[in-house]
Design a protein around this ligand. Structure first.
Ligand code: SDX
Length: 428
């Protein structure tokens, strides 16, 4: 890591700060001594110019539309790898050999069952509860069942908790779906792939045999890969901040799920499909483009824009290709997909979107595929959370073992009332 320095002239004094360089990407100015040196804070709402940590997991170049996981480009991983292999890569740092992958996959398979008492936990929810509400509750509750993997200072317990979280998310997600449609829960099967097992737990019914469709299995696995990790996004930062206090891993992931639910973040896939359905036909697109550009209208094109990507989100490219494949395979003619492609073309040629560098993001096309496979829109963010658990867990492990990590505690610019004395109610 090359070092040089940056000077700051402030309050009549000049102070120096180290500049650190990574293996690729922007340099960082190490301002950890700034408050001690100057008595001032930096001010960066939304952290648009702030690096919160050092990481070796995922690199994004927003201008070039590049996304690497441990150096491997996302389009190569999506086309040639598997979600289990990407999970291993993110957790361990290298692609596994054949026997390493087999043993990792077997370990994950053996953790897919939930403590049976958790199935009664579901019955406390209304049937029409949003599955993300159930996910927040059930994942947080895991810490009540798996005490033997909550000591974050024990590397073995950290590994077991990581495997349990990755393994149990599909079971929890499938059970949330089954509960919402009033069908019986389906137990996991160890003879199926991670993704095939999830599809069977979600869509099979006791009344008939269920055979996993390899094309759907492949598309689902690709979607999981595309959602696995994404640098220090809002929900990953939430997991890291929760973890920095020493909270147990189940509580940290539950916090990440809660943050992901927001429509500006992972909730955008559900919002994007609802928006496309509301637009309905190609001829109504101009009305919505106008609304998206109207400063007085809070409406935004869901699935468009990104804090980091000021070019095409590389995941959206793979997602659009997969949408074509799945709709063709299923013989589905979804008018929503036609609206999505036409909306993209119109937006990418509109000066407003071009000037603000707004491109489709990972959430723009994913809903078209998930809807074609048979998921209700309320399950879309659940699937995002299922896949992102791999990234959250990998980032949490990296944070815990980072010697520089300490509890996250930002400061503020205070603009409230200065000190004043209390006034008794009969004198106000
Ligand atoms: C994800 O961070 C990650 O990595 C997230 C994620 C991941 O994998 O973890 O990639 C997943 O969350 C993808 C993003 C999903 N969200 C959406 O699709 C919701 C719609 N998009 C926006 O809300 C917005 O683009 C954000 C939240 C994604 C990014 O917002 P920023 O970076 O804070 O940018 P901004 O809101 O300041 O927008 C810049 C300008 C603004 O106009 P001005 O005030 O400068 O005039 O662009 C406009 C915005 O009004 N703008 C949009 C728009 N997004 C931004 N205008 C219309 N439609 C949009 N979608």
């Amino acid at each position: 890591m090359g070092d040089n320095s940056a000077k700051l002239n402030f309050g009549g004094q000049e102070t120096d700060y180290k500049v650190l360089s990574g293996s690729v990407g922007p340099e960082v100015i190490d301002i950890r001594k700034l408050y001690a040196n100057t008595g001032a804070f930096t001010y960066d709402p939304g952290f648009t110019s702030t690096a919160s940590c050092e990481s070796k997991l995922t690199y994004i170049d927003g201008d070039q539309g590049i996304l690497l996981h441990r150096g491997y480009p996302i389009d190569q991983l999506a086309e040639q790898s598997s979600f289990m292999e990407v999970a291993y890569l993110l957790l361990r740092g290298e692609l596994p050999g054949k026997s390493e992958l087999e043993s990792f996959t077997r370990t994950i398979s053996r953790h897919t069952m939930l403590n049976e008492q958790l199935s009664t936990f579901y019955r406390g929810f209304r049937r029409d509860a949003h599955p993300m509400a159930i996910m927040c509750g059930v994942v947080g509750a895991l810490s009540a069942f798996y005490h033997d993997s909550t000591d974050i200072n024990d590397p073995y317990q950290r590994m077991v908790a990581s495997h349990r979280l990755i393994a149990k998310m599909p079971t929890i997600a499938a059970m949330a779906y089954k509960y919402s449609v009033g069908q019986p829960f389906v137990y996991p099967r160890n003879d199926l792939s991670y993704t095939g097992n999830f599809l069977r737990m979600t869509f099979s019914v006791p009344a008939e045999d269920y055979v996993v469709d390899p094309v759907i299995e492949d598309a689902m696995d690709k979607i999981f890969i595309l959602h696995a990790d994404h640098e220090q996004n809002a929900s990953t930062s939430t997991v890291r901040l929760a973890g920095s206090s020493g909270a147990n891993p189940f509580a940290c992931i539950a916090a990440g799920i809660a943050c992901l639910w927001g429509p500006a973040h992972g909730g955008a896939n559900e919002a994007a499909l609802n928006m496309l359905r509301e637009i309905g036909t190609v001829d109504r697109i101009p009305e919505y483009i106008a609304r998206a550009k109207n400063k007085d209208d809070p409406f935004r094109l869901m699935g468009f824009g990104h804090r980091v990507y000021k070019n095409y989100d590389p995941r959206a490219k793979v997602m659009q290709k997969t949408a074509n494949e799945v709709l063709e395979r299923l013989g589905v003619k979804d008018p929503v997909f036609d609206v999505a492609r036409e909306l993209e073309q119109i937006a990418l040629n509109d000066p407003y979107f071009v000037e603000k560098k707004l491109y489709p993001n990972v959430d723009f096309y994913s809903g078209v595929i998930l809807s074609a496979i048979g998921f209700p829109t309320t399950m879309f963010t659940v699937l995002f959370a299922l896949a992102r658990t791999v990234g959250w867990v990998a980032q949490w492990n990296e944070m815990i073992s980072d010697p520089e990590q300490k509890i996250g505690r930002p400061r503020q610019l205070y603009t409230g009332p200065t000190a004043r004395d209390y006034v008794d109610v009969d004198k106000r």
